[in-house]
Design a protein around this ligand. Structure first.
Ligand code: GDP
Length: 411
């Protein structure tokens, strides 16, 4: 049983909490794209955990947590995170790192920053963590993979080419900054290899075994669909594919193995200066793009005091109604949003646990969103804690039924 979980908007939808809820039933959780530019926050028994690379399923003692081939990982950051998790009494024995995952090398953050500075006013707002340059090198086929850490001689040879012939000349001649010392890089990365070695594996047979054993596999998405390299608001996007397609290539799972794609949406979209509103156009687009058949709507409690609440149901561009965001974001700037106004509920939802206890106006808002998006809302989150959750179809059965509905008819 494979469930893909994706962020439906621009990230920060509160995926961490939903992933944590679903991980309880998962035998394996796989992170399939992004790097330590993304992160999830999980609040568990009053303790807050922030994860950047390790799947949050690590909080459950029997879940296998896989860092998939689609991830780019900074070994230093990963080691720090592993230490932090361990220092809080959590075992990392069930962590597996794909030997195909690409590495952030020391020149990536440097080039990230230098390139951003060169863009001036047109900068992308990257995190300077080297994620984009690492993905670019993967595509240029000069990337270093986690498996390379286990082969110091190969690492040395490759550094001789990539660092000496490509990266150092760029640093020195283009940007006039000091070059990197190959031996120092080799020593640093060989040491990472020694520490990470026991976790680095070919994940393909491991994932295949889980699939044939009909294990519950959760593909945890990072970031959000509108940051997708192809379908997001290019160029203000991330360098990987956070949509459902990316989850598959980033983990080596085939489309026919997927039972359900779940989308996490915040109950609103923040737009500075205009107050909260939900961009229903983006939500509908995400549902269609990812094949979302189940929605987790988070942070409903944030809207408790807003009245009225507006939902954007379409964009008008050059006199024509557009039902999806356009591919060219410069056109978006000239669009006029079409709003639908619903009454707010002006009461706290934070303590509500059953759908029937929701204020009528909140229920109406949820139902209308579901209708506009074209997918059922199965989970409503009304706070950061695990129990601040309303299962809209009663217990977890709604979700299970939806999974069964999408089971392939052949064995
Ligand atoms: P991600 O980027 O989608 O993984 O976002 P995070 O998991 O980092 O979540 C962003 C923040 O929202 C965190 O501080 C969460 O604890 C918080 N959060 C998650 N769900 C809810 C909710 O239903 N209500 C409120 N008020 N906060 C939430």
């Amino acid at each position: 049983m494979v469930t893909i979980l994706v962020g439906g908007q621009w990230g920060d939808e509160g995926k961490g909490k939903i992933i944590d809820l679903l991980s309880e039933k998962a035998d394996m959780v796989i992170r399939s794209q992004g790097g330590n530019n993304a992160g999830h926050t999980v609040v568990n028994a009053g303790q807050e955990f922030r994860f950047h690379l390790i799947p949050s399923g690590i909080l459950y003692p029997t879940t296998t947590c896989v860092i998939g081939n689609g991830v780019v990982l900074d070994p230093r950051v990963l080691l720090e995170e592993m230490q932090q998790v361990q220092s809080r009494g959590i075992s990392i024995d069930r962590l597996v790192i794909s030997d195909r995952a690409h590495l952030i090398m020391p020149w990536h953050p440097i080039l990230d920053k230098l390139e951003e500075e060169q863009r001036g006013d047109d900068r992308l707002g990257t995190t300077w963590r080297g994620i984009g340059p690492a993905y670019a090198d993967k595509v240029r086929r000069i990337g270093f993979r986690a498996g390379d850490l286990l082969k110091p001689r190969f690492l040395e040879k490759k550094l001789g080419f990539v660092l000496n012939k490509i990266k150092n000349p760029i640093l020195q001649e283009l940007y006039h900054v000091p070059p990197l010392e190959p031996q120092a890089v080799l020593d640093e990365y060989t040491a990472y290899g020694e520490q990470l070695g026991p976790f680095i594996k070919d994940i393909f047979p491991i994932v295949q075994q889980a699939l044939t054993g009909n294990e519950q596999i959760l593909l945890e998405g990072a970031q959000g669909s509108m940051l997708d390299l192809d379908f997001g608001t290019y160029p203000y996007v991330t360098s990987s594919s956070p949509s459902a397609g990316g989850a598959l290539t980033g983990s080596g799972i085939s489309p026919t193995a997927v039972d359900l794609t779940m989308g996490v949406f915040k109950a609103y979209t923040t737009r500075v200066g205009y107050g909260p509103m939900l961009d229903g156009v983006v939500a509908r687009y995400s549902v269609a793009l990812n094949g979302i058949r189940s929605i987790a709507l988070t942070k409903l409690d944030v809207l408790d005091e807003f009245d009225p609440i507006r939902i954007c149901t379409g964009y008008i561009s050059k006199g024509e109604l557009q039902s999806y965001p356009m591919s060219n974001i410069s056109h978006l700037k000239h669009c006029e949003p079409v709003y639908e106004t619903l009454p707010g509920w002006r009461s706290s939802t934070a303590g509500i646990r059953r759908p029937e206890d929701l204020p009528k106006a909140a229920r109406r808002y949820i139902d209308r969103l579901s209708e506009l998006c074209g997918a059922p809302i199965d989970i409503v989150s009304v706070g950061a804690a695990r129990d601040q959750t309303i299962w809209m179809q009663g217990g977890q059965t709604g979700l299970a039924v939806r999974q069964r509905e999408h089971e392939p008819s052949h064995p």
